[in-house]
Write a protein that binds this ligand. Structure first.
Ligand code: G6P
Ligand code: MG
Length: 210
């Protein structure tokens, strides 16, 4: 591999917390009688909590105040946190675990670049609390993807230039953020059809062939 580091998105790349986001938003939309499906959910990938709520409310007939919106986002996060509380190291697949270890043993620096404020909790739950060389997440950024801020902060933490890093993403806006920031990118899952990605991964383990 010609890169010095890999910056991973978390939800939908390292673990399947994207499904928990979906379940938690689904509970809110059912309560508010707003249509919600996987297509809408895919637009929430990589997008901050508040921006995600605004996308969901596009389908609402009612207008809500800023205070009401805050309460909705908090309620969703509560449901989501309850789902996260049930996660264990078994929620990290063998493929992801083995691939991460193999990449690390090749001397690559490994980092997280996620828009989620729950990143530290998730990493702790799946047993990766101390694994990464840098963690850049929703707690240290002001602009979420497609803005490249979260990846630029991760590469700065690693003291590397964007051109030396590969970003792995399942969000279309994440691939866009990578290219805007001058990073190479590998698309997985929902982002696989994204034409601007440098590589397409059919499996996480394909990273070992780059
Ligand atoms: C990730 C997910 C998004 C989510 C965002 C904020 O980027 O892909 O769907 O909205 O994080 O997550 P948070 O845990 O802070 O609500
Ligand atoms: Mg993601």
């Amino acid at each position: 591999m010609k890169y010095k580091a890999i910056i991973f998105d978390l939800d939908g790349v390292i673990c399947h917390t994207d499904q928990y986001h979906y379940q938690a938003w689904k509970a809110l939309t059912e309560r508010l009688h707003i249509p919600f499906d996987e297509t809408i959910n895919n637009r929430l990938r990589g997008v901050s909590r508040m921006q995600s709520l605004n996308i969901i409310l596009e389908k609402s007939k009612k207008q809500y105040t800023a205070l009401e919106k805050e309460a909705f986002a908090e309620g969703k996060n509560k449901i989501y946190r309850n789902l996260l509380a049930g996660m264990t190291p078994d929620d990290l697949s063998d493929e992801v675990r083995k691939t991460l270890k193999a990449l690390k043993s090749k001397g690559l620096k490994l980092a997280i670049g996620s828009s989620s404020k729950n990143t530290p909790i998730i990493l702790h739950q799946i047993g990766l609390g101390d694994f990464f060389d840098a963690v850049s997440d929703g707690n240290n950024i002001t602009n979420s993807k497609p803005d490249p801020e979260v990846f630029l902060k991760a590469s700065a933490m690693l003291k590397l230039a964007p051109q030396e890093c590969l970003v792995v993403e399942d969000a279309v806006v994440g691939i866009e953020a990578a290219s805007r920031g001058g990073f190479f990118s590998a698309a997985i899952g929902d982002a696989q059809t994204c034409k601007s990605a440098t590589y397409v991964l059919h499996h996480f383990g394909d990273l070992l062939n780059i």
